[in-house]
Design a protein around this ligand. Structure first.
Ligand code: CA2
Length: 151
């Protein structure tokens, strides 16, 4: 493998596919993990896939990604998007390329979902593509770090 990327998921995303399917679809987090591993494999990139309901755990994993010399981070901060200076500070500290992903189109939803602290530290933001956004983020991150499709 050419290297690894961390895919980090915030609070309640462990419930994906079991609640509010009209907003988030029917795919489970296990389906998203599979999608990410398959997308990474096309570029020879290994995927560290994590989910936590705790802000500090996500901060620790951002630090871990840097220690492990990961190629970059894809993060769906979920509810921490609009509150977490701590996650933003961790992203700014590690200097890895970060792509922020949201399953739903946060800009077409309640106004409190529109402002993201995380976006200030992200190289790109993807929202509204459903769980396919994770695959698109991996393609985008691979392009950013110069990884090409393996034959
Ligand atoms: O659209 C997204 O991916 C969000 O990051 C999801 C967050 C929400 O707070 C953001 O505004 C947008 C909510 C994640 C909660 O996950 C659930 C998944 C399935 C059912 C219920 C909650």
């Amino acid at each position: 493998m050419a290297g690894s990327i961390y895919v980090l998921n915030g609070p309640s995303l462990n419930l994906l596919g079991t609640r509010e399917p009209e907003i988030y679809g029917r795919a489970t987090l296990a389906d998203v993990e599979k999608l990410c591993r398959e997308a990474g494999k096309r570029f020879g990139i290994a995927v560290e896939f994590r989910q936590s309901n705790h802000e500090g755990a996500i901060v620790d994993w951002i630090h871990e990604a840097a220690r492990d010399k990961a190629l970059g981070i894809i993060i769906n901060p979920a509810g921490y998007t609009t509150t977490s200076v701590a996650i933003l500070d961790a992203i700014l500290a590690v200097k890895l390329p970060v792509i922020e992903v949201h399953i739903s189109n946060i800009h077409a939803r309640e106004s409190f979902r529109h402002h993201s602290y995380v976006s200030r530290g992200a190289r790109a933001v993807i929202c509204g593509f459903g769980v396919e956004g994770y695959g698109l983020a991996i393609i985008g991150l691979a392009a950013m770090v110069g990884a090409s499709v393996k034959s």
